[in-house]
Design a protein around this ligand. Structure first.
Ligand SMILES: NC(=O)c1ccc[n+]([C@@H]2O[C@H](COP(=O)([O-])OP(=O)(O)OC[C@H]3O[C@@H](n4cnc5c(N)ncnc54)[C@H](OP(=O)(O)O)[C@@H]3O)[C@@H](O)[C@H]2O)c1
Length: 472
């Protein structure tokens, strides 16, 4: 007799914890993993004493589920998702719901969804954020796909999702096809940007001013109690506090300065270019990881290239106060860019994503959860077609008040030769957005000069061309 509510395939870090989360909330879960020993070990250890059952064949898994079957895939994105779908397909029936909870590309999700629809199978692409702990105690869940299919998993998702301060579960239906994975992709793009902004401020204070890791841990912990309160701030303080057991030094001093990436940041930038939405803070963060990975080249060049001469060290307290403002302002820019991309894609790709709902479900459980998300939610709830988050209260006022500090922190970094790719990109974004007139008039004239591309005028309609080689 089929008796189980949901199946999960892929007992990696996320999969195992999601299973235990669902079990804790009273759902009967059946699990399957490609490598048999992983299932055996999970059943013998972490799932011991739970109602979870281990299956060793896709057919066995399918037979254990109540109709319509709900099967959550938590495998590596890309080929593995297609491989698992092909294995399962012969054992499924029309109406069954497959859910991809991994970090799949939204276009792959749309392709799989259309393909499975031919057999009457329903497909949900669901972004899940929160890492190991979030998966176990409450992630932020970003589902997309057919609305009726979402209704079949909604009670489960609402039970296992994180809860924000108002008690609302951090999950909401976001739109058709790849809308959920799209929102997760942009979430990760913002995550890249905020992490880079924090790293730049850390660099300014640690390398530029020589502040110790322990003192910085206290600074970030203090900032985490105010307008910058966020999960990334909290873990930054914890990371800086941690000692290396091998050397007794702060662990950050012995970790190789070469950052890795799995692709969601790059996808966000590629998609933004495709959509024509500028996201310079996020792009710079992806580039910064690329620069960090050039460790050997940087080492070689560091012996050859000169920077500024060390002068009088700036007053620490003033720089710290300015750095706090620069971090807040840069973070607002990262969110503004991510939301602008979601807004454009929502129309162009027919996702119909509700930006207030998106901000709402990011308030807890996910990696970018932050106090400012409630302000972002309010801004889009008040005006869903807001043209830029920068112009909404309280951000407009805050960025105005913090302007001097923001610039001062970046000036200090420049003077000390500390790179601030995302911080500088944020200020340039802000300055460009508040410029009623930019120098693109000159760019247009140059394009018309060498390519007769024509230009438009401020004072009359139409396309104009100048014969640049004629006497003016
Ligand atoms: N880790 C995180 O913090 C996090 C956060 C959010 C989202 N995600 C996303 O969630 C998904 C799962 O991530 P994860 O970190 O838990 O694990 P992962 O390392 O990405 O994936 C491991 C799982 O995928 C299975 N797998 C790999 N190739 C397979 C194939 N060809 N056929 C069948 N199964 C295959 C593995 O099975 P075997 O045991 O047989 O190798 C294992 O169960 C990924 O898409 C990831 O990007 C991860």
């Amino acid at each position: 007799m089929p008796s189980h509510d949901i199946a999960l395939i892929g007992l990696g870090v996320m999969g195992q914890n999601l299973v235990l989360n669902m079990d804790r909330h009273g759902f009967a879960v059946a699990v399957y993993n490609r490598t048999r020993s992983v299932t055996e070990q999970f059943m013998a250890e972490r799932a011991a004493g739970t109602a979870v059952i281990g299956c060793f064949e896709p057919a066995e898994l399918a037979a254990a589920l109540k109709p319509p079957r709900r099967i959550l895939l938590m495998v590596k994105a890309g080929g593995p998702v297609d491989a698992v779908i092909q294995q399962l397909r012969p054992h499924l029936q029309p109406g069954d719901v497959l859910i991809d909870g991994g970090n799949s590309h939204f276009a792959d999700t749309a392709r799989r969804s259309k393909d499975l629809e031919a057999d009457g199978l329903r497909y949900l692409g669901v972004g899940i954020s929160g890492g190991e702990e979030g998966a176990l105690y409450g992630p932020s869940i970003m589902p997309g796909g057919p609305p009726a299919a979402y209704e079949t998993v909604r009670p489960i998702f609402e039970a296992i999702a994180a809860r924000a301060d108002d008690g609302a579960p951090c999950v909401a239906y976001l739109g058709p096809l790849g809308a959920g994975h799209y929102v997760k992709m942009v979430h990760n793009g913002i995550e890249y940007a905020v992490m880079q902004l924090i790293a730049e401020i850390y660099d300014l204070l640690r390398r530029g001013l020589g502040t110790s890791a322990e003192a910085l841990a206290r600074t970030f912990a203090e900032w985490n109690r105010g307008e910058l309160a966020s999960y990334l701030m909290e873990i930054t303080a914890a990371v800086l506090r941690r000692q290396d057991p091998l050397t007794g030094q702060p662990i950050t001093e012995v970790i190789l300065d070469s950052a890795e990436q799995k692709g969601t940041g790059r996808w966000t930038v590629q998609e933004a270019l495709e959509m024509g939405v500028p996201i310079p803070t996020i792009s710079a963060a992806v580039e910064a990881r690329g620069l960090s990975a050039l460790k050997a080249q940087r080492l070689a060049a560091s012996r050859l290239l000169h920077g500024p001469q060390p002068g009088e060290p700036p007053a620490r307290e003033a720089v710290e106060a300015a750095a706090r403002q620069a971090l807040y302002a840069g973070t607002v820019c990262a969110y503004a860019q991510g939301m602008a991309l979601l807004q454009r894609a929502s129309g162009e790709r027919d996702f119909g994503i509700d930006l207030a709902e998106t901000a709402r479900i990011w308030r807890a459980g996910c990696i970018i959860r932050a106090a400012m998300l409630e302000d972002i939610r309010r801004a889009y709830a008040a005006e869903s077609s807001l043209s830029s988050l920068l112009t909404a209260s309280p951000f407009r006022e805050a960025l105005g008040e913090m302007n001097a500090g923001w610039r001062q922190a970046l000036e200090t970094s420049l003077r000390l030769g500390i790179p601030t790719p995302s911080g500088s990109a944020s200020l340039a974004y802000y300055d460009a957005m508040r410029s009623a007139r930019l120098p693109a008039n000159l760019t247009q004239a140059q394009r018309d000069y060498f390519g007769a591309h024509t230009y438009q005028r401020l004072d009359r309609e139409g396309a104009f061309h100048t014969d640049w080689l004629a006497e003016g």
